[in-house]
Design a protein. Structure first.
Length: 145
């Protein structure tokens, strides 16, 4: 299906090529794909364009994310992250660098990004499972290895 606003993906062994179209939210779309394909562990890399992006930075003193929304044309250059599980659910830990019209780069922990033109990515599936648990000392959901 090639209608705008529809995510597409194609699996090749342990790789999944993903296209997320204009108007779709990237984090939700990636989670949906992981759930549909029962992906419990892997990595994600992608590029594209978004016009509404929320990124955060962990304040290590308060252990809270300080988030900021950026609107207008931005290139995703790139999005990178991993897929694990937490409490039995898909858990995406994604970081992104976005570049604005002045070619200035901003980045951080990706909370949300709405596609303005397209997003294309590759999920690399790892056979296995890794979970996360909250660590009070640092205030993050850490890999449980």
């Amino acid at each position: 299906m090639d209608d705008a606003g529809y995510m597409n993906y194609k699996r090749f062994d342990n790789k999944v090529v993903v296209r997320i179209d204009k108007g779709e939210e990237i984090v939700d779309a990636l989670k949906t794909i992981c759930k549909k394909l029962d992906i419990k562990l892997g990595s994600i890399v992608g590029i594209g364009a978004a016009d509404k992006v929320t990124i955060g930075l962990l304040n290590t003193k308060t252990k809270k994310y300080q988030s900021k929304e950026f609107t207008g044309d931005h290139e995703i250059a790139p999005l990178i992250g991993n897929i694990t599980l937490m409490n039995g659910e898909v858990y995406l830990h994604l970081h992104v660098t976005i570049c604005n019209v002045e070619h200035k780069a901003l980045g951080g922990h990706l909370t949300s990004a709405v596609v303005s033109a397209m997003f294309e990515g590759i999920i690399d599936i790892i056979e296995g499972q890794v979970t996360r648990e909250y660590n009070d000392e640092v205030g993050l959901n850490l890999l449980k290895l």
